[in-house]
Each structure stands twice: as structure tokens, then as C-alpha cells.
Design a binder for this molecule. Structure first.
Ligand SMILES: NC(=O)c1ccc[n+]([C@@H]2O[C@H](COP(=O)([O-])OP(=O)(O)OC[C@H]3O[C@@H](n4cnc5c(N)ncnc54)[C@H](O)[C@@H]3O)[C@@H](O)[C@H]2O)c1
Length: 411
């Protein structure tokens, strides 16, 4: 087998973007993925995706509304890409793994830590790959920050800030993102950030935090930026107002295993907009953790601030993996309109190589669980009224907040 045969499950907004990622990959000499089928419980979403796929890839994949039927009817299906809303990631992924398929799942890996563990167990008992499509860390800016930290460019890190406050009561992409048992905005966005924090600074030891629901009613915005047909169609049918049950504002201190302390402020609502990321070391600072389509800077002690271009030109030993180097020859993604698709191409490529050649997955089930647990640690700390150890959250010993979600979903 020189290519994996893939089914895409969940053909909504991000599912559509994954098709563009497949097109980016298909345009390189590296492609080892063949899209064979599309599956969505809403047939019209899968049909629309089939039209997009034909336009982008020149083939019209078969359309299904049930995973089991898709697996039975598509010969030699190797893997599925799960891009449903997070409340069913575990259901779809565990079913696929038990059907003998490898799985890539969008972030957040699952709706709770318990659901993540169910997926890890299903992958282990079926001896299948389980990859979490965490994109931010794959941007060259994130790779560069990691290289700078690993090579001591700012000395020993001691403190970091991760602030992302976004004011207002507009619906955040989809109504489901405001519902506690679908994930909520802090979990949906926050796993990108906990993944980046862990990628750059290592594992988290302890979390103290608080959360608030500031905007209990969300309003349809005047317009959306995305031009994809799926997003535009859904926007037209969106209710004028939706109730919110998930907290939209969070504040935390993360004490890392290394002794570094990270100050976290993340909101998708409320009255203040504010942002910034800074990693402070005893010999300088880095402005940014690296993020999809972003750019970083560095200020070595007693020197002027360096731009990303200047850093790339000055550092020794910094290299991207071969496909990333092909897609991002300048190591800069700022103002690259295709960055979203290119990073999705990298995720697919890694999955294919893991299946075909045994390459190690970068964000596997255990890493994906840590990202989810780190965000929920803020909620669990708020509920418990004390700092919580990550060990307690990752093993579900501190679990009051998430147990309500598990109960609602019958987990
Ligand atoms: N990495 C990123 O930057 C990024 C960006 C956006 C979304 N996402 C993630 O992608 C996932 C999907 O988000 P979205 O915005 O595309 O949501 P969406 O609501 O637009 O699409 C979800 C789709 O899944 C379908 N679906 C639901 N349950 C299903 C099931 N059991 N079987 C088959 N299909 C099912 C729905 O009908 C819908 O078409 C989420 O986990 C989200 O967090 C990631």
C-alpha cells in the first residue's frame, strides 16, 4: 500500500477546510492520502462536501450517513478523519477503531478526560493509530520558538504570559460552541493554547484558576468573514439569539513541571479585549508562543528586538520537516492565506506516514488528553476552590465539573 484510503466523518465548517488541506497535499510530491468517502449524519452536508471535493480533488467521494455502512462498502478503507462537534468525538472514534480503522480526530480530542481515555483504550485494544489534529504547534513560528528555547537563546525561562481576551456577545462560529456539553468556547479555543504552552514549556504540574459565564445570551453577528459555501449557508439559517450554558471567561496560573509559571487569561465574551504572549528568560524574552499564521519576535538581553526574518537568518540548526519546508520555504506564515490548509496537509501526511512507515505521531491520544485536561483543570480548580494537580485531573480524581457533562451525555 503506498497511500492510505481515507473517509472524512463530519462535513461541516472544519470538514470543508480539511478538503482544502487534502488539495494542498495532493499538489505536493509527498501525497500518501486518497479520499474515498464522506460521512455526515446530515446528508446535505456530506453532499455539499462531495461537490467541494470534486472541485478541489477531481474525484467525487461516495457519500454516507453511517460510519458502519461506509466501512462495509468502501474497499480497504484504512482510516477516518473525525471532524464532528466534540460531544461525539469519542463515539465516532471508538466505533471506527473497533471497526479496525486508524483515526485522526480534530481538537479538542474529546469532550471530557474520561471520553479521551475511552479513545486511548480503544486504540490500544485494536492496535491502531490515534492522532489529534492540533494545528497551532505545526506553524513554523511555533517550531522556531521551540528551537530558541531548546538552544538557550533566552537563557532559562522563568515566567510566561498567555492573554487572549475578546469582548462581545456574538455567537462564536457556531451555536454549539456555547453549550457546556458540546465543549464551550474556552475548551474549544483553549486546547490550542494549552497544547502550545505544553509544546514550548513542557508538562504542567498544577493549576489554580477561575471561570465565569459573562454572556448568557449570544446574538447572531451581522456577517461572518468565511466565504466557504458551508459557512455562508449555515449563517443564513442561524437563530438571532442562542442561550449559552458554557463559561466564556477564564483566568489561571499554570505551574509547570520545570518551575516556570504561566499567567493565563482567555475569554470569548465580556467587556474587555486584550492580547499578548510573552516568554521571559534570564537572558531575554520571546514575543509569542508561535501560532497558526502568526509571527514571533525575540529580544535578547541588551540587544534590539529581532523580527522573525532576522531570527531565522541568525539561528543555527533550525530546520522544518521536509513537507513543511516544501510548504513554508521562508519559515514565515504571516499573510499566507493558505496557511490553514497547509497545516492540515501536514497533519494528514503525518497520519499516513504513521500508518505506512511507523512514524511516531506528535500529538497522540495521551498528548491530546493532556491538552484537554489542562483546560478542564481551570474549571475543576474553580469548582474545588483550590489549586489542582494535573495528576488529579488527568486520572479523573478531581472531576466534579466534567462529571456533569458525562452525566448529560450518558458516558
Ligand atoms: N483546528 C482548528 O483550527 C479548528 C477550527 C474549527 C473547528 N475545529 C474543530 O473541528 C470540529 C468540527 O467543528 P466545525 O466548526 O466544523 O463544526 P460544524 O458544526 O461546522 O460541523 C460538524 C459536522 O459534524 C456533523 N456530525 C455531527 N455528529 C456526527 C456524527 N455522529 N457522525 C457524522 N457527522 C456528524 C454535523 O452534521 C456537521 O456537519 C470540532 O472539534 C472543532 O473544535 C478545529
Amino acid at each position: 500500500m503506498d497511500k492510505i484510503r481515507l473517509g472524512l466523518v463530519g462535513c461541516g465548517g472544519m470538514g470543508t477546510r480539511h478538503l482544502y488541506g487534502l488539495r494542498e497535499l495532493a499538489q505536493t510530491p509527498f501525497n500518501k492520502v486518497e479520499l474515498c468517502a464522506l460521512c455526515d449524519i446530515r446528508r446535505e452536508n456530506a453532499e455539499l462536501a462531495a461537490v467541494e471535493a470534486e472541485k478541489l480533488l477531481g474525484i467525487r467521494p461516495e457519500v454516507f450517513t453511517e460510519l458502519e455502512e461506509m466501512t462495509r462498502k468502501i474497499p480497504s478503507l484504512t482510516a477516518v478523519d473525525v471532524v464532528t462537534d466534540p460531544s461525539v468525538h469519542h463515539t465516532v472514534a471508538c466505533q471506527a477503531l473497533d471497526l479496525g480503522l486508524h483515526v485522526m480526530v480534530e481538537k479538542p480530542m474529546a469532550i471530557t478526560v474520561k471520553a479521551c481515555q475511552m479513545m486511548i483504550d480503544a486504540a490500544a485494544r485494536n492496535n491502531r493509530q490515534l492522532s489529534v489534529a492540533e494545528n497551532y504547534r505545526r506553524d513554523p513560528s511555533a517550531r522556531l520558538v521551540r528551537h530558541l528555547l531548546d538552544t538557550g537563546a533566552i537563557g532559562a525561562p522563568y515566567m510566561a504570559l498567555f492573554h487572549s481576551l475578546s469582548a462581545g456577545n456574538s455567537i462564536f462560529i457556531t451555536p454549539w460552541r456555547h453549550l457546556k456539553d458540546k465543549g464551550g468556547p474556552i475548551v474549544d479555543l483553549g486546547v490550542h493554547f494549552t497544547d502550545l504552552i505544553r509544546y514550548q514549556l513542557g508538562d504542567i504540574a498544577e493549576v489554580y484558576g477561575d471561570v465565569w459565564l459573562i454572556e448568557p445570551v449570544r446574538a447572531k453577528p451581522d456577517s461572518i468573514g468565511d466565504t466557504y459555501t458551508f459557512y455562508q449557508n449555515r449563517f443564513r439559517g442561524m437563530a438571532a439569539e442562542v442561550p449559552a450554558t458554557a463559561e466564556d471567561t477564564s483566568l489561571a496560573i499554570f505551574r509547570m513541571e520545570s518551575g516556570v509559571t504561566v499567567n493565563w487569561m482567555v475569554s470569548v465574551g465580556g467587556s474587555g479585549s486584550y492580547g499578548g504572549q510573552l516568554i521571559l528568560g534570564n537572558k531575554g524574552s520571546i514575543n509569542g508562543f508561535g501560532t497558526r499564521g502568526g509571527r514571533i519576535g525575540m529580544k535578547p538581553a541588551d540587544q534590539a528586538e529581532m523580527s522573525q526574518e532576522e531570527i531565522v537568518a541568525a539561528v543555527d540548526g533550525f530546520a522544518l520537516e521536509p513537507l513543511a519546508e516544501h510548504l513554508f520555504p521562508d519559515c514565515i506564515t504571516d499573510s499566507d492565506s493558505k496557511v490553514d490548509w497547509k497545516i492540515i496537509a501536514l497533519e494528514y501526511h503525518e497520519l499516513a506516514e504513521a500508518i505506512l512507515t511507523g512514524r511516531t505521531l506528535e500529538v497522540d491520544g495521551s498528548e491530546g488528553l493532556k491538552d484537554v485536561a489542562a483546560v478542564y483543570a481551570i474549571f475543576e480548580s474553580a469548582r474545588a476552590g483550590r489549586a489542582v494537580k494535573m495528576r488529579e485531573v488527568e486520572t479523573c480524581q478531581v472531576y466534579e465539573y466534567q462529571s456533569e457533562i458525562d452525566h448529560a451525555l450518558g458516558l
